[in-house]
Design a protein. Sequence first.
Length: 177
Amino acid sequence: MLKVREGRLEWMQVIRSNDLFRGLPYNFIQFTSLQEIMAGWLGIAVGSYNQISDSLHLYQTDEQIMQIEQTISVPHNTDSLALPKAESDMVMQAMARAIERMIEPDLTANDLSRLILQTQLPPAYRNLLSVLGAEAARRHGWHDRIPDLIGRCTNLTLKQAWERWYAQYPASIPHTH
């Protein structure tokens, strides 16, 4: 439920069922990113994000996840995805082209590096593309390229999230042509 109140886009998300570790964190990222984008289209500020989960749950099989460090320091996210609609459309098209290139079977490690360097995007979107580039390198098994690609991300929150992901899933996914 989106509402404009006092010049801000307020977002109330109602979700039927939500897993505490396998859904909730991703929902926060997905929906607040959409909120930022839409606020940019409307030319207004981002307001509060509120989420109601009718069935917030945790599975017994996720006991390993419950062993997570009690104190996790998360840097403040300084990026904003809010852009005017016309600019947002152009940026989304550039992102889509870059992502399409990342998944083409003839992509080389050098192509990937050039793609990240040459794609012109606002800083927040450039950071997202750097993370996607690091993930593409991981999936291709180009682990020597990962430090440079993720190093281009200036958003410490995204960088930390990806590094935690990589620590959990370092092996590349088999790549077939």
